[in-house]
Design a protein around this ligand. Sequence first.
Ligand code: IYR
Length: 226
Amino acid sequence: MIEDKAEYVPLTSFERIEPNDMQAQAVALRDVLLKRRTIRDFSNEPVPRELIETCIEAAGTAPSGANHQPWHFVAISDPDIKRKIREAAEEEEREFYATRASDEWLEALAPLGTDDRKPFLETAPWLIAVFAQRRGGVEIGMDKKNYYVTESVGLATGMLITALHSAGLGTLTHTPAPMGFLTDICQRPKTEKPFVLMVVGYPAENVKVPAHALIKKSLSDISTFL
Ligand code: IYR
């Protein structure tokens, strides 16, 4: 019994849903998630800090390797810092689109219509830089090896996107490559790796999304039941 090896406490938070309601709940959440679109054109309308804080708390509930919670979220609304991030990201992106990206990569991106201009990094009210911690531990101040860091931070980022979307916000999952500049600008330790830069806010009026993004694989494409 694992209970003999470690301290266990009763599970008090699990709530059983009426069997009749379970499918309806699953359908309702699926339909909420089906409405999420990545957007690249943001309104400058402010978003309350408390909403961002709550969504980060939701992200922080993700499962993680050995429960080390190897993530740190830097939420940025300061216009000067957003400008610095835009300038650094655009510099990297100019390199990327001009020389670094392979032809195959550029071909894959063509239907999205992206390029090296990233004005949304200043327009959007919030940027959330997500960092992955190679070392840490179950409590702040520890310096132990973390495990399954990429998987854990990926899960937390997915939950962050879900929380932001369900709170009525639009997002862009942005990965300027390389993202090293975020470590300096956000003043994070070198043992943390920038993972993703989430752009958060309301969509600009009459925003459009690439038709390419509406291609969704079906249940039978993405799953096998044995
Ligand atoms: N980071 C670049 C390129 C880019 C790469 C992928 I993969 C995308 O899905 C979208 C963009 C940019 O942000 O433009």
